[in-house]
Ligand binder design. Structure first.
Ligand code: S3P
Length: 207
């Protein structure tokens, strides 16, 4: 059943979430569902998919894969270069084929690109790949935009902030529907989010 987890304790249920997160951090390696092969992080640019994904992978002893980096390595070009030279439609084709390749690798924490779930075949592939748990890292658009500005990474889709906000609104329901768990990250440190994520997956095992 889909759940939403906040990373800061405000109510009893949040405190229980945090306790579960702490328990998960003590039990190494955490007890995850035995059929779990891929932990996939989705969300808009600036959601922390790569930062949190690296922390989760390190804690589990799994491999971490960033879909943009995987795609860049396969194409021999950076994401901004692909957009500039070949356009977004070409980038999306490379992204879909990089996704299929990434999902062939077991025991992997995979950080998607912010736009990966826009493509129907990507959503179907993610939903139909056995042993795949998808987690949505959520935050309001202004917080995400500020994080992206601070990171200073070149992101072609952010060049027009008003258009980026429209994309955020269009994608938000897709992220939500795709994910088994949603974690709200606006006020959370990446370590807290990583622990909340592992706790949510470990709880899933028991249910
Ligand atoms: C994009 C997000 C980027 C990257 C590309 C397009 C998008 O990934 O795939 O610039 O359409 O939202 P991050 O979400 O990792 O920044």
């Amino acid at each position: 059943m889909p759940t939403t987890v906040k990373s800061r304790p405000e109510e009893l249920s949040d405190i229980l979430d945090l306790q579960a997160a702490e328990e998960a951090s003590l039990a190494l390696p955490p007890e995850l569902p035995s059929n779990l092969r891929h932990i996939v992080l989705t969300g808009f640019m600036g959601a922390g998919k790569s930062t949190v994904g690296r922390l989760v992978a390190a804690r589990l002893g799994w491999k971490f894969l960033d879909l943009d980096q995987h795609l860049e390595a396969r194409a021999g070009l950076s994401v901004p270069e692909i957009f500039a030279l070949h356009g977004e439609a070409h980038f999306r084709r490379l992204e879909s084929s990089a996704l299929a390749s990434a999902l062939g690798q077991p025991r992997t924490v995979l950080a998607l690109g912010g736009g990966t779930p826009e493509v129907l075949t990507n959503r179907l592939l993610l939903e139909q790949t056995p042993g795949t748990a998808i987690i949505f890292l959520d935050a309001p658009f202004p917080a995400l935009f500020d994080r992206c500005v601070l990171q200073g990474i070149s992101r072609p889709v952010l060049a027009d902030p008003a258009a980026a906000e429209l994309r955020f609104a269009a994608r938000h329901p897709l992220y939500r529907r795709l994910a088994r768990h949603t974690i709200e990250t606006a006020d959370a440190a990446p370590e807290q989010t990583a622990l909340a994520l592992i706790a949510a997956l470990a709880r899933n095992r028991a249910s």
